[in-house]
Unconditional design. Structure first.
Length: 260
């Protein structure tokens, strides 16, 4: 066998050995920006010997249940207050291991072009889960639309509204369905990932938009039993890399913001 053939065989053997030793994990995401970002993270992680299988979900409930059950090794779709609420309610043994992005919540409408056009008695759809519904209420409070009781924290409910000068009729529905209500209601509070999936531009189309420096930074979550495993460090480092920060800035143009 020639030296060239021997060299080629050695390189091929090393490649096969590296592939055989590459660790594979399943990471749950919601469709849209989270999935797009994780696909980019997958390419970065592959260079570090970590094979990521991206698993898409259409709601906010199943990814944590799947992680807890061991069907996933990690997920990346939720902000810290939502995770905290899920852990408190369902006793999940999962934990955040790194920050990812922020999707500033917005209020959208197909019937008016500015919030000033919203009339007294208008209908407003908001997510029906405590953290995201509360997030819309906090946005309305911060913009001077309503007043809430003192000390409501991150999870106010409609029972915490003390003043509602516009007499808004607030309707609670599943977060994933909020964009679909825009044909029927005057406005809706929509999470950015669902807004972009529906063709809305969070920078251009939102009537009101959350402060991007708020507390709702998204996180990567894993089971507590796995948090110190080497692949967790590789996953977080791959996500929080210069390549991914550049990808987010270029791809989403301010609709999604890197938090690291």
């Amino acid at each position: 066998m020639s030296l060239r053939s021997l060299a080629f065989s050695a390189v091929a053997a090393l490649a096969l050995t590296a592939a055989a030793h590459a660790e594979t994990i399943k990471v749950g995401v919601t469709a849209g920006p989270h999935a797009q970002i994780m696909e980019a993270v997958k390419a970065v992680a592959a260079k570090k010997g970590l094979d990521i299988q991206v698993v898409e979900f259409s709601d906010y409930v199943v990814p944590n249940a799947a992680l807890e059950a061991g069907d996933l090794q990690a997920n990346s779709f939720q902000h810290q207050p939502y995770l905290d609420n899920q852990i408190a309610d369902r006793k999940y043994k999962i934990v955040s291991v790194g920050g990812t992005v922020n999707f500033p919540m917005g209020i959208y409408s197909k019937k008016v072009k500015s919030w000033d056009e919203i009339k007294t008695g208008a209908s407003l759809a908001i997510p029906n889960d405590p953290t995201n519904g509360g997030r819309v209420l906090l946005l309305l409070r911060d913009k001077g639309v309503i007043k809430l009781k003192d000390g409501v924290g991150f999870k106010p409910t409609m029972l915490d509204i003390t003043e509602n000068p516009k007499k808004l009729k607030i309707i609670e529905i599943d977060a994933a369905q909020t964009p679909r209500t825009l044909d029927d209601v005057d406005a809706a509070g929509v999470n950015t990932n669902y807004a972009t999936q529906s063709g809305l531009d969070p920078v251009r189309d939102a009537l009101l938009r959350e402060d991007p420096k708020g507390p709702y930074a998204n996180v990567i979550a894993v089971r507590i039993a796995d948090k110190d495993k080497p692949w967790v460090k590789t996953l977080v480092e791959s996500y929080q890399s210069p390549e991914i920060k550049e990808f987010i800035a270029t791809k989403f143009k301010g609709a999604v913001l890197a938090t690291w």
